[in-house]
Design a protein around this ligand. Structure first.
Ligand code: AMP
Length: 286
């Protein structure tokens, strides 16, 4: 795996590969690499000739300074995992490399209401921060395909919009959520869970699955109330637990089109998110 720290150098290197006919897949991360990240690398390996990952803990997307301070940094281990996972190139920029002009008067993008819903409501400014860093990374890497996880569902909607604003010829591929054997969605923040919180954390997915199973046969408001109660009784502070259409508009019950159940909850101070796609109304149950 080749490691680059400077934007100019990696851009030049990738230009040469592109000129030689190679397609480029890109997996941006904030490090503390886990199997979920590596599943994106694997998808990129299958679909493109050269796989580029980045590790950059982007300060502009953290609305909570404590969360930023405590974000796990494990670069040496990450390099080993990404190498074994089939990454060809790692971009490891410094803060100054991404934000040479500092954080003042950064660009903003017109995402409309999408950026203020769900995650946006609980993490003000988060999605502008995500967009600022992803736009800069896209302009540096110019990937043919960008690989992102369904785990951050709202983020994938924001990035789809961003791709219309940033003049790069990049396609977005959204990859499924990788889970621990007990169902907890993999996340870099999971290492911060206390042993007790870690034991309880799989309840999030269990409740999502119950909603998926009951959705076509029981009133949705009742299902959501039960799930929130169960989580609350088990030490979770639920921020939101909703069923929406694919544009994040709340729905009241089954309706045609893709529907998704999304949740954010804190346990012992750690914020976890997860989601599940519901079976289509009148469709097959796979
Ligand atoms: P992060 O390092 O948390 O910013 O995540 C980098 C990328 O990995 C994002 O596109 C995430 O959606 C994706 N990702 C994070 N966790 C998982 C997971 N459990 N399964 C699949 N993809 C994931």
């Amino acid at each position: 795996m080749v490691i680059f720290k400077e934007s100019q150098t990696i851009t030049h290197y990738l230009d040469q590969l592109r000129a030689a006919g190679q397609t480029i897949g890109f997996v941006p991360t904030m490090g503390a690499i886990h199997a979920g990240h590596l599943s994106l690398v694997k998808e990129a390996r299958k679909a493109t000739d050269t796989v580029v990952c980045s590790i950059f803990v982007n300060p502009t997307q953290f609305n909570d300074p404590e969360d930023l301070k405590k974000y796990p940094v494990r670069t040496a281990e990450d390099i080993g995992l990404l190498t074994d996972g089939g990454t060809d190139i790692l971009f490891l920029p410094t803060l100054a490399e991404i934000y040479p002009e500092g954080y003042h008067q950064l660009e903003t993008y017109p995402f409309g209401t999408l950026e203020h819903k769900l995650e946006g409501a609980f993490r003000p400014g988060h999605f502008q921060g995500v967009a600022q860093v992803v736009a800069r990374l896209l302009k540096t890497i110019h990937p043919d395909i960008l690989f992102m996880g369904q785990k951050d569902f709202q983020q994938t909607l924001i990035i789809k919009e961003l791709l219309n604003f940033v003049k790069v010829n990049t396609k977005l591929v959204v990859c499924p959520i990788l889970r621990e054997s007990d169902g907890l969605a993999m996340s870099s923040r999971n290492v911060r869970l206390s042993p007790d919180a870690r034991k309880r954390a799989p309840l999030i997915q269990e409740e999502l699955k119950k909603i998926k199973e009951g959705f076509l046969i029981r009133p949705l408001d009742q299902l959501i109330r039960e799930a929130k109660d169960k989580l609350g009784k088990n030490g979770f502070a639920v921020e939101y637990l909703v069923v929406t259409d694919e544009k994040l508009n709340l729905v009241k019950g089954p309706q045609p089109g893709t529907l998704i159940c999304l949740v954010a909850a804190r346990i012992a101070g750690i914020r976890l998110i997860d989601n599940i796609i519901l079976d289509p109304v009148g469709g097959d149950h796979h």
